[in-house]
Ligand binder design. Structure first.
Ligand SMILES: [Zn+2]
Ligand SMILES: [Zn+2]
Length: 403
């Protein structure tokens, strides 16, 4: 390198400017790494830009709780430097799932603190590791309920990463195999995730309403596929919330004959609008007797404990009641189960291939979650409304307009 000659461009110092770093970030961050080591103090601004693009661990603005059940408030978290297979996503929209509320409030055990929820994440790819092939900078990507798994166990090899035998890494409040500590979710400005766990969002897909497909959509799509719902079959959806309304839309799209059970009289008309044949109030005993042995499949999205047997009694021979809402199934009558050879099953989200499939399916069929857009400072109020069943049907946090 020539330090004295300013006359010959070919002898110019080999330090990249900000624009070059941004370009290299687009081409692959690892390619930029050796050059960044040569940065002078004059290029501090470029170093900051590189840090923001995941060259080194970097701080990120987020919303989370500092104590179990605490307020959701602004805080700062650290994201890891990009590995060669990572993508850095600028979060534009994040859905609010009832699981977020359970996790923050410690309903499923004490959360790791601070807790930053959010596992319905949609954003724009800002930078990629140098071995990433699935995304280019500027494309739209989604992240659902998980961000890592072993990749080698029989479940991972069968595209069932959500049930990794060595432990799935969930998007938040989960031990982080790569960085240590615990994972932070999508109520944040940016997220770093391995490309294997990022979902391609087709160009032209509606950005504002797509995030809820990444949990509510896949959670209800997976059992419809697994139990092979066919046109004309009778499907019951128990609970009409974020998951339930997606279950109705997805089952109707399969031309199933859908019945909804809800505790909220105001949602009866909504069920019809969503395409259900009928909607019934929870304890409508006459209707439940009329529907004995009626259903090929029931999907319960209820997140609370309830007596399941009255619903099991409405299943046909060999039919299945699938609990995706994770509410405790109480009151099972073994004799009734045996006489109808009925099954009580659970199902949890879906694998990455299946998550990509539900995104592509919803885009192709123009199936969109019904959402209500909120600002980040409205998350606490939104939680109260979710708990009070006062949301139609998913809150989505608008980070895009804060950028
Ligand atoms: Zn969820
Ligand atoms: Zn595994």
């Amino acid at each position: 390198m020539c330090h004295t000659c300013d006359d010959h461009p070919e002898h110019a110092p080999a330090e990249p400017g900000r624009r070059e770093i941004l370009k290299m970030a687009g081409a692959g961050l690892a390619a930029a790494a050796p050059l960044l080591g040569a940065l002078s103090a004059d290029n501090a601004q470029a170093a900051v830009a590189a840090s923001a693009l995941g060259q080194s661990p970097f701080p990120v603005r987020a919303y989370g709780a500092r104590s179990a059940g605490g307020r959701i408030a602004p805080l700062q978290i650290q994201r890891r430097a990009l590995t060669p297979h990572d993508v850095l996503i600028d979060v534009l929209y994040a859905g609010i799932c009832h699981s977020d509320i359970h996790a923050v409030r410690g309903d499923w055990g004490a959360p790791s603190l601070p807790i930053v929820p959010g596992h319905e994440i949609l954003g724009r790819v800002l930078a990629i590791g140098n071995q990433v092939t699935k995304f280019k900078v500027g494309e739209i990507a989604g992240v659902g309920c998980m961000v890592d798994s072993c990749g080698t166990c029989e479940n991972c090899l069968a595209d069932r990463e959500q049930i990794c035998l060595k432990g799935t890494t969930f998007t938040y409040d989960s031990p982080d195999r790569i960085s240590g500590g615990h994972t932070f979710g999508g109520y944040s400005d940016r997220i770093v995730v391995g490309e294997r766990f990022a979902i391609r969002i087709p160009p032209g897909m509606d950005l504002v309403s797509t995030a809820p497909i990444l949990c509510a959509g896949i959670t209800t799509f997976s059992p419809l596929r697994h139990w092979r719902v066919r046109p004309g079959q009778r499907v019951a959806v128990v609970g009409l919330g974020g998951l339930g309304h997606m279950a109705v839309k997805l089952a109707v799209a399969e031309r199933a004959d859908v019945t909804v059970f809800t505790t909220t009289p105001g949602k009866i008309a909504d069920a019809a609008r969503l395409g259900a044949r009928e909607a019934l109030l929870w304890l409508d005993a006459a209707a439940m007797r009329r529907l004995a042995n009626a259903f090929d499949l029931m999907i319960s999205t209820v997140p609370y404990a309830f007596d399941v047997q009255p619903f099991m009694d409405m299943l046909k021979l060999d039919a299945t009641f699938v609990n995706v809402g994770l509410g405790e199934a109480r009151g099972i009558n073994p004799a009734s189960m045996a006489f109808g050879r009925k099954s009580l099953a659970g199902s949890m989200i879906g694998g990455i291939a299946e998550t990509q499939a539900v995104i592509d399916h919803c885009f192709a069929r123009n199936i969109r979650p019904d959402i209500e857009l909120i600002r980040p400072d409205q998350i606490d109020a939104a939680y109260e409304r979710v708990v009070n069943k006062d949301v139609r049907y998913r809150f989505v946090i608008d980070f895009a307009s804060t950028k």
